[in-house]
Design a protein around this ligand. Structure first.
Ligand SMILES: *Cc1c(COP(=O)(O)O)cnc(C)c1O
Length: 393
């Protein structure tokens, strides 16, 4: 199966299945069920379904399977399972791997819904969770014990773009026999080498860069065949979090340009971060691709890029941040990321609104903080738009 293809070839061709019509574009098999030629064939398929044999779309579908094979090849894992959303991927991977009494260590700076699953749902089922500062290796060493079953982190945190050292944390986890699950959304599957660096399981919200055009909600879990088929699949297929074939089909189209898009967005992010760093109304720029980022060296070693997001603080707090956002003409006010359209988010009043003030302070979510997800527009146009908005901030 594993071909010697480079990323861009994989993204265009891997996993393609053609019907008897020999269609060029990936077909969308918008079917929930499959017809068996005989009763004996149905019986045989329920005993063991072959590579190209499907039973029910909750278990698998030809279009969804194309997407799973393409992303597994990109990520460098044996297999993948596509889910209805990023949260179906995160919660599915955790629920499938854990049972009452298990101990989990997780980074604290998490996407709000991930925090809910770890803090509320898992604890309700008797799983103990210890939260640590993801950038502090001593904190990981102190928290991970020989009884720890699983380690979870987002490789780059939202919205303050702090990195977790995947290699170092995986070594700590593996020394204790723990499974490492990495939520890799901000790093993107293009810049990340999470599995190479030690993560056992990688999850994505495909809603972000993989769809890339703000259309579909989706997710995926990538890992060994043993994890995906023996641990995850039974849980996912019976609890109903599988991806729609229509979403998989959109993702297959999106993936053909994923490498080009992520690299263009990252180039723009670097240009924007440099322009913001030089601007008198900006008090702080957070971008792992700038030497001023405390983990710049780690970012370059881990991703070879600063990524596609830039966070920065406008002088003058919330009022100035709102004046800035309301003056933007190209960048849109929203909360998605990885979209072709540049998006500005004010985390303190939207994505992180519900966090108590002390936690906002601890995470660096200040009233003037703005998160930009850079899109595919012309970088010069974007910088002009940001500068014009800063002038009225
Ligand atoms: C968006 C996101 C999720 C959740 O994905 P959905 O597709 O919205 O369910 C999980 N983790 C991170 C880091 C995200 O950015």
């Amino acid at each position: 199966m594993t071909k010697d293809w480079k990323t861009r070839t994989t993204l265009v061709h891997e996993g393609s299945r053609r019907s008897q019509y020999g269609e060029m574009a990936e077909a969308i098999f918008l079917t929930q069920g499959f017809v068996y030629p005989t009763a004996e064939a149905a019986e045989a398929r329920f005993v063991k379904a072959g590579e190209d044999e499907f039973i029910y779309a909750r278990y698998g579908n030809p279009t969804t399977r194309m997407f799973e094979e393409r992303i597994a090849a990109l990520e460098g894992t044996e297999d993948a399972f596509a889910t209805a959303s990023g949260m179906a991927a995160v919660s599915g991977a955790l629920m499938a791997a854990l049972r009452a009494g298990d101990h989990v260590v997780s980074s604290r700076a998490l996407f709000g819904s991930c925090l809910y699953v770890l803090e509320e749902v898992l604890q309700r089922f008797g799983v103990r969770v210890t939260f640590v500062d993801g950038a502090d290796l001593d904190a990981w060493r102190a928290a991970v014990t020989p009884g720890t079953k699983l380690v979870f982190f987002e490789s780059m945190s939202n919205p303050t773009l702090e990195l977790v050292d995947i290699r170092a944390v995986s070594e700590i986890a593996h020394a204790a026999g723990a499974l490492v699950i990495c939520d890799n959304v901000f790093a993107t599957p293009i810049f990340s080498r999470a599995v190479e660096q030690g993560a056992d399981v990688v999850v994505y919200s495909t809603t972000k860069h993989i769809d890339g055009q703000g259309r579909a909600l989706g997710g995926v879990v990538c890992g060994t065949e043993a994890f995906i088929r023996k641990v995850l699949e039974p849980y996912m297929k019976h609890t109903g979090g599988s991806m729609s074939p229509f979403t998989a089909w959109m993702h297959l189209n999106g993936m053909a340009t994923l490498d080009l898009r992520c690299r263009a967005m990252a180039d723009t992010a670097l240009a924007v971060a440099r322009a913001l760093e030089a601007h008198p109304k900006v008090s702080k720029v957070i971008f792992p691709g700038l030497p001023s980022h405390p983990q710049h060296a780690l970012a370059m070693a881990q991703m070879g890029s600063g990524g596609t997001l830039v966070s920065f603080e406008v002088s003058g707090g919330k009022e100035a941040a709102f004046r800035f956002m309301n003056a933007l003409e190209i960048a849109k006010i929203s909360n998605n990321l990885g979209d072709a359209k540049t998006i500005a988010t004010h985390p303190a009043t939207t994505t992180h609104q519900r966090l108590p003030q002390d936690q906002k302070d601890a995470l660096g979510i200040t009233p003037g903080l703005i998160r930009l997800s850079l899109g595919l527009e012309d970088a010069g146009d974007l910088i002009a738009d940001l500068e014009a908005a800063l002038a009225v901030a």
